[in-house]
Every structure is written in structure tokens, then in C-alpha cells.
Design a protein around this ligand. Structure first.
Ligand code: 9PG
Length: 740
């Protein structure tokens, strides 16, 4: 796969180093450096200047000693206060390469380069961008506060949070540079483009100005530089991060219902009950009932409940949810307090302050300013403990959507000046996780991605979906839209099942016009990408009102999958985001998906996984497309449509080839051949209706088909290919009798 560690370093006597990929020099004369403020308030940078031994570069002055340890494909930079007085750490840069200062960078011309820009938190845009295109951060809507933790980069800069993938247009050979943990600090990778070339490249671990007392040291997380196939590098990176940061939780998939994207906070306890009844009646395999924003009187005052919506309080409804066999879930934004909340008024000391002593604005919640809490304060942590004792212990909630949590990682004058923003943030999450225990789970949302690994069970990896495909303001790169949500979900798919369970945000399946302005194709694109890349699937409809035929779209992607499809090409085109996914189900079958991002119909070619002949089934259209070799041509790929193909290699063995019951046919894969019949056991889907496609052994013809003992309809759709209609309540047995 070419993702092997073929990186090597050459260290020089003058404290610089080169990075090579095999024999190709990637960077020459780079340094590692640390920027500090000394005790007299002077800000300066110290760069590695000498070789300490085979693997270590260093530099020292009267205040600081810095050491860059270079082992295999990683650089680990450490700063130690060797003076007598405190110093303040602005940042550590394990990699700093600037052609204006004598380094060289061997990358293609900027016009030929693409990079994967990874956004800071759940809702921050993640996109493949052209190196020549200026990164114009959207300037309205508190965009900076929410998405740019270190402000606006200069106009010639191209940035990415925590890690970057760099590649040439049309090639999948790429370079990955990234920090392999986010526990100690936030971080960013930055390229500078001048004219035709990338003229600088750096990796920064932010010290946030923390105090380093005499004798103390601070170590940046290891920075990895590696080369290979883009997708393989990305996955390998995700795996390394997980190895360093661990993983919380013991669930493989989660499926549920969430109140937000139909009611937008206006739901009452009655609405929750009505949806629970609908789930039961329709026998939908949704087991978490998540009450989203809107039950509380104000952000910050979580135990003060809107009596007009939940007159019996939150404990009673949790009990009802549990009594109906479901898991009660609740939304909170625990690291913020509205300006006029009880919390902010009784405990103004809980609020994080800026240099001037003013509370730090975290976000504006439906027009009201919300301030950030200072998570380095013991009394704030105690308040969090008490709060979650109530909500988990007394009320009985077991699923927690912790939202807007980037508020816990904002810049400010922390009570404890020795903790970075990432460390402060992690304290908050850690406390909550400890209080609720392993039986309950955390879904992070509005959450810094890398800094959360190991502390959440599940993570929103996208902006909010919306009732429209397009953002209202097309210039807003983070604008709320299903299109942007799907894009982030796709581009962050390698995190799924490694860092946490990816939450692609809710799916909605309701008909056009019922608070939905999306076409069926758009709805199905959302469902397809969510199902193929995320192990959480939450529906957010007013279920009692959804017509059965639309509910079918939801059933067909339930349950969520443990596997994750991989993005096929990251750097195929300059002007379009990646568009194809591939999921290998077993040795001989695959699910392939292709998205048409365009607003026009077009032809799409989907390459088959190898050169053998494949039976191909169009899942959404429920249509057997015959046997194909090499590729499948979709002549009319509609705007924003995702075509999902189930592909099975042609063979002599009788096989399950495809099914309209579930997108990944994974739940039903046992088939046994008897002398005069074929038996197929179906499990894992509930209340599903559709067809399964089966190939018969050579020279056999079907005479009769039965579904759970009753006669079932079938038709020959191809040579020795049979489509059998079936209805499955909880499990089923399909039998096909042969002629003679
Ligand atoms: C509840 C919602 C839902 C949703 C969350 C989050 O930037 N913004 O103004 C902004 C507002 C709301 C928002 C995200 C961003 O949605 O993602 O699922 O829980 O809060 O208020």
C-alpha cells in the first residue's frame, strides 16, 4: 500500500536536518524551534543549532534548553526552563522550514498541489483545497471564534488543524505531516505559498503562553512525517493517534432518534412520547432517544427546566424512555453559561476571563451571548461533577450529547496558568466521563477533534445537516447545509472506529415539503454517506408523520455498520471534493458508492475492485444491472445523487449477491446448499421488505421459493440469478427449491 515508514532523516552539525523519502529529498536544512517570553517580557525564538548525538539536535541559552529527538519517522521536541525564573511558552515547532532562511522544499509547483485542510472542531470545514487558492476564512457569524482557534492566518498561508495531507493533482502518492496526539496542546500545520512555490512549511504545537517554572519542561507531542498512498497514510495516522490516546467506550454501533432536526428545540415531552410510540409501532431498531436542546431554561442552568415543554421534569421522561426499553439521552453544552444565567450570576468567578478581565465570549446561542467556563478551576470541576451526578445518577440519562464543547478550549487567562487550552479542555471531559462511568456514553459535538480522542465514545465529525442541500449563503464555507455536512463526514471517515464512533449527524427521511427542502436523491446521499462511514445512525424526523414508503429509506440503512468504507481518491481533481467510497464486505463482495456533487446530471464511471466479472446491483433503484467487468457506467447520474452499487464476483458457488433490505447486506450472509434446495438465513434487519438476489449453482433452476415457510415470489433477473421477494420482521429463512 506504500504507507510504510520510508521516511528518514539526516541530521547536520549545525542543528539543521533533512527529510528524505527513500532517496528523494523532501526538505533540506529544516530546524526545530521554540518561542518563549522570558521573565522580562521579551518574546524570542530559539532554534536547534547543534547535534547532541545521532538522533538529537539541541540549542541552549540562559533561559531555555531545547531538544529535538528524531526517531524513525517522528520528531519530538522538548523545552526545558534552565534559568532561575519562570518563562512562558508561546509555541514549539518540531518542524520549521523556510526557504528565505536557507531551507529548501521539494514539492511540486503550487499550481499542481492539493492539500487536505482539516478543520479544528466538529463543525469546522474539512476540504481538499488547491494550494494556490487563498484560504479566505468567512468573516461573519463569529466564524473566527468558532473555527479559527489561533485567528486568521496570513493571506499566503494554507493551514490545517493537527495534520495535513499534501498531494499532486491526479496522483494518490502523498505526504502526511501530523501530531500523533492532541493531549498536551492544540496544533496546526502551515504552508506558505509565494508565487509558484511553497516557500515555507511548519508544524506548530501551541503553548498558549503557559508558565514554565525553573527546572520544568514541556514536551510537544510527536510529529510524524510520512509518505505513501493518501488513504493509507490517513488511516495509519488515525491508528497511531489512537495508540497514543486510547479509546473510550465499548459500543460497536449506536442507533437512535434525536429531537433536533424536526423540532429545533420546540419539542415537548408529548412529542418525545409520540415518536417513541411510532418507533415501537414501526418496529424501528432505534434504541437511543436523545432529547436535544430546548428543555432547559438557559445554557448554564441545566437543572432549570422549561415547564411548558416538560411539565413533569426530565426524570419522569427518562423513566418512560427506559420503561419502553430504550436508552435515555440528553443534550447539554456544559462548558458555557449564558450571560444572564443563574450560573453566571451566582458564580461569575467560574467564567474564563481575557487579559482585561472580561468574560470570554464562547458563542451566541440563538442570539444570546454565552461565556466560556474556566475548566482549570477546581470549583468549576466540582460543579460539573455535581451536575452530572444529578443528570446521570438522579435523572437516569445514559447518553450525553456534549455540545459546543470547544468553549472549554478557548484562549484566556486561566486560573491555572500552567495548563494549555487542550489540557484544560480535557480535564472537563475527563471529569464528566468519570462521573457517568462506562455504562453511559458521550457524544462530542462542536468539539476540537484531536484533543478529544480517548475521552468521548462518539464524535460529530460534521457541520449540522439542514433541511436544504445548499447553504443559504454560498460564500460561507462553514454554512449550515447538508452538502457541507456530507463533505465533512466523508473526509473524516478514517477516524471511525479508531478514535471513536463517527457521528455523521442525523439523517432525515421525511417527504419533501414536511420541513424538508431536499430531493429524495439528496436525502439518500445523506443516508448513504452516513451509513457507509459512521457507526452512529440517528434519525431526526417527526416519525408519526412520516409515510411508510419514506420510512423504508431509514430501514434500509439500519442497523449502523461497524465497518467503514474508504474514500477511493483524495486528490483526483482540483475543483471537486472526493466522491467515491468503497467498502469490502468479504473476499468477493463490495459496496461501491459515487456521489454527484454537481447540480447537473452527468455520466459517472465507477471502477470495479478488480478485473474479474461482477454481478452489480443498484441498491437504491433496486435494480440488477447484470454482469460487468472493469467498470460500471452510470449514464445519468442525477444532481446530488449517490449511486450505491452492491457488487459480487461471479462464481460457481451459490451466493447472496445483493439485497435491497440493507445497504451493506452484511446482516444476512449465511447460505447453505442442500441437495435440492438453497437456504438463506436472514438476521440483523427488522421489519424489512424487499428482495435478495441469489446466484444458483450451475445447471440448477428454481422451482419454488419460500419465506418462513410461506410461498414467496421470485423472478429470474439474470443467468442463474434469482431475485426473491421477502418480508422480515425480526429474522427469516428463505428456501429455494430446485427443479428435478
Ligand atoms: C442545538 C444544536 C443541535 C445540533 C448541534 C448544534 O454556529 N452556530 O450558530 C451553530 C448553532 C447550532 C449548532 C451548531 C452551530 O447546532 O450541532 O446538532 O444539537 O446545537 O442547539
Amino acid at each position: 500500500m506504500g504507507a510504510r515508514a520510508v521516511t528518514h532523516f539526516q541530521l547536520h552539525d549545525d542543528g539543521t536536518f533533512d527529510i528524505l523519502h527513500g532517496r528523494r529529498r523532501f526538505l533540506a536544512r529544516a530546524t526545530a524551534r521554540v518561542t518563549v517570553t522570558d521573565s522580562r517580557g521579551v518574546l524570542y525564538t530559539l532554534e536547534t543549532r547543534a547535534l547532541a548525538n545521532n538522533t538529537t539536535l539541541f540549542a541552549r541559552d540562559k533561559n531555555v534548553e531545547i531538544q529535538a529527538q528524531i526517531v524513525a519517522d517522528t520528531i519530538t521536541l522538548r523545552a526545558k526552563n534552565i534559568g532561575g525564573a519562570p518563562i512562558y511558552l508561546k509555541n514549539l515547532q518540531p518542524l520549521y522550514c523556510n526557504t528565505a532562511a536557507g531551507s529548501s522544499i521539494h514539492l511540486s509547483r503550487a499550481a499542481d498541489l492539493l492539500y487536505l485542510h482539516h478543520g479544528w472542531q466538529s463543525w469546522s470545514q474539512t476540504a481538499v483545497r488547491a494550494m494556490t487558492a487563498p484560504e479566505i476564512p468567512y468573516s461573519r457569524d463569529e466564524f473566527f471564534q468558532k473555527h479559527l482557534p489561533f485567528g486568521v492566518a496570513p493571506s499566503d498561508a494554507r493551514t490545517s488543524d493537527s495534520f495535513i495531507l499534501l498531494g499532486d493533482i491526479g496522483r494518490e502518492q502523498a505526504t502526511l505531516i501530523g501530531f500523533t496526539s492532541g493531549a498536551r496542546h492544540l496544533s496546526q500545520i502551515q504552508c506558505t505559498v509565494y508565487g509558484e512555490r511553497v516557500t515555507a512549511l511548519s508544524a506548530t504545537a501551541f503553548g498558549d503562553g503557559i508558565r514554565l517554572d525553573a527546572g520544568e519542561s514541556f514536551q510537544a507531542e510527536p510529529l510524524v512525517i510520512c509518505f505513501g498512498d493518501a488513504g493509507a497514510l490517513y488511516e495509519q495516522y488515525a491508528r497511531r493517534v489512537a495508540a497514543n490516546m486510547g479509546r473510550r467506550g465499548n459500543r460497536n454501533t449506536i442507533q437512535g432518534w434525536c429531537s433536533w432536526y424536526y423540532y429545533f428545540g420546540e419539542n415537548t415531552a408529548e412529542d418525545v412520547r409520540a415518536n417513541m410510540r411510532a418507533i415501537k409501532e414501526a418496529n424501528l431498531p432505534l434504541d437511543v432517544i436523545l432529547i436535544d436542546d430546548g428543555y432547559e431554561t438557559m445554557v448554564g442552568d441545566w437543572t432549570s427546566i422549561r415547564a411548558d415543554k416538560f411539565p413533569e421534569g426530565m426524570r419522569v421522561i427518562a423513566n418512560e424512555i427506559r420503561a419502553s426499553g430504550k436508552i435515555p439521552g440528553i443534550w447539554l453544552a456544559p462548558f458555557g453559561a449564558r450571560h444572564d444565567s443563574q450560573l453566571a450570576q451566582i458564580h461569575p468567578e467560574f467564567l474564563l476571563r481575557d487579559e482585561l478581565g472580561n468574560p470570554v465570549l464562547a458563542w451566541t446561542h440563538w442570539m444570546q451571548p454565552v461565556y466560556a467556563l474556566d475548566l482549570t478551576r477546581p470549583d468549576v470541576l466540582q460543579w460539573l461533577r455535581d451536575l452530572f451526578e444529578i443528570i446521570c445518577g438522579e435523572w437516569g440519562y445514559r447518553a450525553f450529547k456534549l455540545d459546543f464543547v470547544f468553549a472549554g478550549a478557548l484562549a484566556g487567562n486561566h486560573f491555572d496558568p500552567t495548563l494549555t487550552r487542550a489540557q484544560a479542555y480535557r480535564r472537563g471531559l475527563e471529569i464528566i466521563g468519570n462521573v457517568i462511568g462506562n455504562e453511559s456514553w458521550i457524544l462530542g459535538c462542536g468539539a476540537p477533534q484531536l484533543a478529544s480522542v480517548g475521552l468521548v465514545d462518539a464524535m460529530r465529525v460534521s457541520q449540522d445537516i439542514n433541511i436544504f442541500w445548499k447553504p443559504a449563503d454560498p460564500a460561507n464555507v462553514g454554512g449550515v447545509s447538508t452538502q457541507h455536512a456530507v463533505q465533512n463526514t466523508l473526509l473524516r471517515s478514517p477516524f471511525n472506529q479508531k478514535w471513536w464512533l463517527n457521528d455523521p449527524d442525523c439523517v432525515i427521511v421525511r417527504q419533501y415539503g414536511d420541513l424538508n427542502g431536499m430531493t429524495r436523491n439528496e436525502i439518500r446521499t445523506l443516508a448513504s454517506v452516513a451509513a457507509l462511514t459512521g457507526s452512529i445512525l440517528l434519525d431526526s424526523d417527526n416519525l408519526p408523520q412520516v409515510k411508510p414508503i419514506y420510512l423504508q429509506d431509514l430501514r434500509r440503512v439500519l442497523p449502523a455498520l461497524e465497518q467503514t468504507a474508504r474514500v477511493r481518491e483524495w486528490f483526483a481533481a482540483r475543483d471537486e471534493q472526493p466522491s467515491q467510497l468503497e467498502l469490502k464486505l468479504d473476499r468477493t463482495s463490495w459496496v461501491l458508492a459515487a456521489i454527484n456533487w454537481d447540480k447537473k446530471s452527468r455520466e459517472t464511471v465507477i471502477e470495479l475492485p478488480d478485473n474479474s466479472a461482477f454481478h452489480v446491483y443498484d441498491f437504491w433503484r433496486k435494480k440488477y444491472l447484470g454482469v460487468h467487468k472493469g467498470r460500471v457506467r452510470i449514464a445519468r447520474h442525477a444532481p446530488h445523487q449517490t449511486v450505491v452499487l452492491q457488487c459480487a464476483q461471479v462464481s460457481r458457488e451459490p451466493r447472496i449477491l445483493a439485497s435491497s433490505l440493507h445497504l451493506a447486506i452484511a446482516p444476512m450472509r449465511t447460505i447453505t446448499l442442500e441437495k435440492s434446495s438453497l437456504c438463506i438465513k436472514i438476521a440483523g434487519v427488522r421489519n424489512a421488505r424487499g428482495e435478495i438476489l441469489v446466484s444458483l449453482p450451475p445447471r440448477k433452476k428454481a422451482k419454488r421459493a419460500r419465506m418462513n415457510g410461506k410461498r414467496a415470489r421470485f423472478k429470474n433477473v439474470g443467468q442463474r440469478v434469482l431475485a426473491v421477494s421477502c418480508t422480515v420482521r425480526t429474522a427469516g429463512l428463505v428456501e429455494i427449491d430446485f427443479d428435478s
